[in-house]
Design a protein around this ligand. Sequence first.
Ligand SMILES: NC(=O)c1ccc[n+]([C@@H]2O[C@H](COP(=O)([O-])OP(=O)(O)OC[C@H]3O[C@@H](n4cnc5c(N)ncnc54)[C@H](OP(=O)(O)O)[C@@H]3O)[C@@H](O)[C@H]2O)c1
Length: 250
Amino acid sequence: MPVDLKDRTALVTGSTSGIGKATAIALAARGAHVLVVGRNAERAGRVVAEIEGGGGRASSRLTTLGDLESAQDLARWATEAGDGHVDILVNNAGVALLGPSDAATETEFDETFGLNVKVPFFLVAALAPAMAERGWGSIVNVSTMVASFGQPGMAMYGASRAALELLTKAWAAEYGPRGVRVNAVAPGPTRTRMTEGIPDEMVNQLAGLAPAGRVAEPEELASAIVFLASEDASFIHGVTVPVDGGRAST
Ligand SMILES: NC(=O)c1ccc[n+]([C@@H]2O[C@H](COP(=O)([O-])OP(=O)(O)OC[C@H]3O[C@@H](n4cnc5c(N)ncnc54)[C@H](OP(=O)(O)O)[C@@H]3O)[C@@H](O)[C@H]2O)c1
């Protein structure tokens, strides 16, 4: 495994579990100092221990993200914990509140757009200018395959991620000329705590519509995220890579 990210600090939101955890571990294996973020102390401790046990470097922060202040606080802490610099930002934390649109409440709508759109927006606003000043930065946003097609019960969630995909292009245009690449991945159903909360038959049915015909493991998402975050993807700006077993192509 190359240690090409040795001098990089990587902030991964929602890295106490699932896709974010696998990404944090994979970035640390490439040498990055990883900033692990989530709400659950035990899960955060386990991720940091796993990274350190593998010879990597990690620091952690417990926070509930959802608004401007939480994003700005995290950016301030991350810059300090990262010895003055955050080079890689993975906007991964998200909430998927599923159900009919006519049953959704305003609180659920605000929670969804708060965590899935507002927090990434203000983390980028807080961190990308310093990346641009240093002339190198890489941002990877975690979207979803249901940002690209209509899926009953996923209107609010899909719409929030569609906003993030447009932001991916807008930020690539805004910060790309100053050395900051911005890209996204759009996962299909992946085996994490998030899908544990959804009936198996629904997850399998959704996964079964893709050519791969199965649910992904978080590590299969992490490898795409790390690719985009690293210089392996040095000429890739503003794209959303479907990592969905082929669903978007059907
Ligand atoms: N799993 C899928 O099938 C799938 C498919 C498409 C897209 N995605 C996207 O992938 C991303 C990761 O999801 P996952 O499947 O890996 O889920 P997961 O295992 O449930 O992980 C979610 C992570 O986000 C953190 N988090 C959630 N709400 C938070 C908040 N308000 N403030 C701070 N941290 C918060 C959790 O922290 P704690 O555990 O510490 O509370 C955890 O680390 C999400 O954006 C999701 O929309 C997932």
